[in-house]
Design a protein around this ligand. Structure first.
Ligand code: ADP
Ligand code: MG
Length: 288
């Protein structure tokens, strides 16, 4: 059953471009997640069924406590459902061990967090490289891949900077590069713009839209900001652990068109405060 046909905003029978003939990337079947705290049980997800297809860009919305992060953690193979089935690329992953889930995660999924979660005493390049180590990528290949990922988010020239020497937006871009470094097909982001000002938020949405449009990545983000959700192609709303709404976004916002209309902040200035240490300009990185 296409839940979108029940919302009223989408005429019955309407399909998105991604729907026909394609196998879903994500299929949740009656997912239940209950946190058992001994005295009390928290019913975080109360039976969620949904499908997300390759190339979709979904915004998950809902009040605090409605189950969004729980849902993302299950989709991202960071946690397991209490009941129900999760099919990722057609494979039921709900019964896998933590180790098996970690392997799938490192092959298929990139995850971006609200707090960036970068290692503070580690350069941008090394932060981005980390997942390639877990994935067993050869050492000569790691740095090349990390540089390429930093380039994709427009931060090539910041590879030697530590997180404290970068603005919030730049730190989030490093985190996105880290999520991309193993070439995932699915990019998940839990409130990625929650700590950013509005222009920087649109810059992050610009990166997500380009990854989705130009590289075909399937993108799922959590946001509680309606204007941020407008950059997605489809929006879901959660309440009390259930999906209450699932709509196709009409007239979505295009970040590259919105950005020129916003006042710009000089991010280079922010990033450069106290960072005028001489950097080798010949690409020599042997000084590690
Ligand atoms: P959201 O991301 O929409 O704010 P969450 O998925 O984080 O919601 O939380 C859903 C519900 O589950 C909330 O009531 C929250 O307190 C509870 N919850 C989330 N994580 C845990 C946990 N690890 N242990 C116990 N309860 C949790
Ligand atoms: Mg949350």
């Amino acid at each position: 059953m296409d839940q979108r046909s029940t919302t009223g905003q989408v005429p019955s029978g309407t399909k998105t471009a991604e729907t026909p003939g394609n196998a879903p990337t994500i299929r949740l079947e009656n997912i239940v997640k209950t946190y058992d705290l001994g005295e009390v049980q928290v019913h975080a997800l109360r039976g969620v069924s949904l499908e997300i297809y390759p190339g979709e860009f979904v915004a998950v919305m809902g009040a605090s406590g409605s189950g969004k992060s729980t849902l993302m953690n299950i989709i991202g193979c960071l946690d397991k459902p209490t009941r129900g089935h999760y099919f990722l690329d057609g494979k039921d992953v709900s019964g896998l061990t933590k180790r098996e889930l970690a392997k799938i995660r490192s092959q298929k999924i990139g995850f971006v967090f609200q707090q960036f979660n970068l290692l503070s005493r580690t350069s941008a390049l090394e932060n981005v490289e980390l997942p390639t180590i877990y994935a067993g990528v050869a050492i000569e290949e790691r740095e090349r891949r990390a540089r390429e990922a930093l380039q994709r988010v427009g931060l090539a020239e910041r590879e030697g900077h530590f997180p404290s020497q970068l603005s919030g937006g730049q730190q989030q871009r490093v985190a996105i590069a880290r999520a991309l470094v193993n070439n995932p097909s699915l990019l998940l982001a839990d409130e990625p713009t929650g700590n950013l000002d509005s222009r920087t938020s649109v810059e992050i949405m610009d990166i997500f839209q380009k990854l989705n449009d130009e590289h075909g990545l399937t993108v799922v983000i959590v946001t509680h900001e309606t204007d941020i959700a407008q950059y997605a192609k489809r929006a879901m709303e959660f309440r009390d652990g259930k999906m209450k709404k699932d709509v196709v976004i009409q007239n979505r916002s295009i970040a590259s068109e919105v950005l020129p209309t916003l006042p710009s902040i000089d991010e280079d200035l922010v990033g450069d405060i106290g960072v005028e240490s001489p950097q080798p300009s010949n690409g020599d990185t042997s000084a590690k």
